[in-house]
Design a protein around this ligand. Structure first.
Ligand SMILES: [Zn+2]
Ligand SMILES: [Zn+2]
Length: 173
């Protein structure tokens, strides 16, 4: 399977490498990159200072050519009924989007000697694995260590692992 990644705006090379390696590790997929695209300004909500995640997902689905398409933005996103989202995908859909914006948030927790950058990169890797998992038909998992567990806060993201639990893994086979 080919997963195509679309950087929306300027995404650091290190982040692109991490996203690509996370997807290859967990799903054994091939990864390719499109040239960076501008954020679609029509999806920016001035009153909130955020982009509309549903619109970005539609945009991503239209622009991509891979079997699965992942867009990455450093800008903040919201979704109907939620103040913000780290990512969005529809179950079994072909596209997903992740935002690094809120994943940069520092926490007071001890991270077993990890630097802030390592913590941030770990979160980005988990979120992209999570959203692509939804496109592959995986729903939220009740195992809170599993990468498919619902993680509305960065603490939830930090708590989970970068891998699928056995039950989620079996669903993909
Ligand atoms: Zn989810
Ligand atoms: Zn699971």
């Amino acid at each position: 399977m080919l997963v195509e990644i679309i950087p929306l705006g300027s995404i650091e090379a290190a982040i692109k490498r991490e996203v690509s390696s996370a997807l290859r590790n967990v799903y054994g997929v091939d990864v390719s990159f499109q040239e960076a695209k501008q954020m679609p300004q029509g999806l920016y909500e001035n009153s909130r200072g955020q982009y509309r995640a549903e619109g970005l997902l539609e945009f991503t689905a239209q622009k991509g050519r891979g079997e699965k398409i992942v867009a990455i933005t450093n800008d903040d996103m919201y979704y109907t009924g939620r103040n913000y989202v780290f990512g969005l995908a529809y179950l079994g859909g072909n596209a997903c989007i992740i935002s690094t914006y809120r994943l940069k948030k520092q926490t007071q927790r001890e991270f077993s000697g990890k630097t802030e950058q390592e913590v941030f990169i770990g979160r980005v890797r988990k979120e992209v694995i999570h959203e692509v998992g939804h496109t592959l038909g995986l729903e939220h998992c009740s195992n809170n260590r599993c990468v498919m567990s619902f993680s509305p806060t960065v603490l939830d993201v930090d708590r989970k692992e970068e891998y699928l639990c056995g039950a989620c893994r079996r669903e993909l086979d």
